[in-house]
Design a binder for this molecule. Structure first.
Ligand SMILES: [Cu+2]
Length: 401
């Protein structure tokens, strides 16, 4: 009797696990629908309500399962009292639950591949991104095959070899050949995947001096909670900065530009990042406060923005915004830059528009952009020069802030 009680708890656990998986699936479907819905405050209140609903549903299902378990054990007891040799076969029952778990679980996998898989990023808009996507697909295909095979074996074997009075188990403590196969094959596959990743990353980040020089230079600085973007201007060089100068020039020097460097005067300030197709662009990245992360998902580009040091990411766009609109069949599609590091309360606000256009459109757009150094800043700088020591003056302003 004690044994049957023990198995009972186990089967209840298995049952709850299956239902949990199912509810989880339903919940994922519902949140997917909610996430794609237009965001408005009233609809946002819908999500916590839905969570409560599914939580209560889950508890209800648990109670029902516990009840069924109790009824089955009463049935078991009655049979035994009546003198039946065998009561309810919990082993067989557990075996069937394992099979059920396999079917529900594989359906869940299929569901997430099709429904959530359809929400994956469109094809890469950058040249190096095509290689990253290829690696992603290879890894996904290999792991999916292994996942399906191992799970079918795991659950079908649990069913097939469940306890049976008539069968006797073989004792196989060791099998060298088998162990060699399941060690060597994954080791080779993983080594290939890791090396592929290593060489691809090396290709992306190791750029020749010529490659760096010929790229379009754009500087992106993150702060809580926005991006400041400047283009190198005519000389394609971003002028020198000094963090001590931030907030100087009567509060106008938000990036800490060092106006003694002539390269600063033609630098451009922009409200969106516009890139010409097929031209290599080099982003020099920084932060004024905490860690941020420069993230352009459509270009498979991501790099941390670290206060006190410059990082960089260089890539070549291969699809214009118009091309991508055709590909995803959405006339309102736009590229964007995001912050991929939870950097504070309004982290979600760090979205910046990105456009890829033809060289002609790019040249036209660039000609319309305003210099970052304004007349007011120059005036303030000249006044501080007149007070002789610029750096000291600016330092004082910076330190006072
Ligand atoms: Cu951020």
């Amino acid at each position: 009797m004690k044994i049957s009680k023990y198995i009972n708890i186990k089967s209840i656990f298995a049952f709850v696990a299956i239902i949990g998986l199912f509810v989880n699936n339903l919940f994922a479907q519902a949140t997917t629908v909610a996430a794609t819905a237009v965001v408005d405050p009233e609809k946002n209140a819908y999500i916590p309500k839905m969570v409560t609903y599914y939580l209560l549903l889950f508890l209800l299902v648990c109670i029902v399962i516990a009840l069924i378990g109790k009824i089955l054990s009463v049935y078991d007891l009655t049979k035994k009292v009546q003198g039946a040799k065998e009561g309810f076969s919990w082993d067989k029952f557990n075996g069937i639950l394992f099979l059920l778990f396999l079917v529900v679980g594989l359906y869940g996998t299929y569901w997430s591949y099709t429904v959530q898989g359809a929400q994956i990023l469109p094809e890469s808009a950058s040249e190096h991104g095509v290689k990253i996507d290829a690696m992603f697909n290879v890894t996904l295909i290999i792991t999916t095959i292994v996942f399906v095979i191992t799970h079918i074996l795991l659950f079908v074997f649990s069913y097939k070899y469940s306890y049976n009075k008539k069968k006797k188990a073989h004792f196989i403590p060791h099998n060298d050949t088998l162990e060699k196969y399941w060690t060597v094959i994954p080791a080779i596959v993983l080594t290939i995947l890791v090396l592929l990743g290593f060489f691809t990353w090396r290709d992306i980040t190791n750029i020749s001096q010529d490659g760096i020089r010929n790229a379009i230079h754009i500087e992106v600085t993150g702060h809580q909670f926005a991006w400041e973007v400047r283009y190198g201007g005519k000389d394609n060089v971003n002028g020198r900065k000094n963090y001590k100068l931030i907030g100087g020039l009567g509060g106008l020097n938000s990036l800490g530009l060092d106006l003694s460097d002539k390269n600063n005067y033609d630098d451009l300030t922009v409200s969106e990042i516009v890139l010409p197709i097929g031209k290599s662009v080099r982003f020099t990245l920084g932060s004024k406060d905490v860690l941020h992360s420069f993230y352009m998902p459509h270009f498979r580009a991501q790099m941390n923005c670290v206060p006190g040091m410059a990082t960089s990411f260089q890539f070549t766009p291969r699809l214009t915004t118009a091309d991508m609109r055709d590909k995803v069949n959405d006339p309102n599609f736009n590229y964007f830059l995001l912050c991929a590091k939870i950097c504070g309360g309004s982290h979600y606000n760090m979205k910046f528009a990105v456009k890829v256009v033809s060289q002609k459109e790019y040249d036209k757009w660039l000609a319309e952009q305003k210099p970052l150094v304004t007349a007011a800043m120059i005036k303030s700088y000249q006044e501080s020069l007149a007070k002789k020591d610029t750096k000291v003056a600016d330092n004082k302003i910076a330190l006072n802030n």
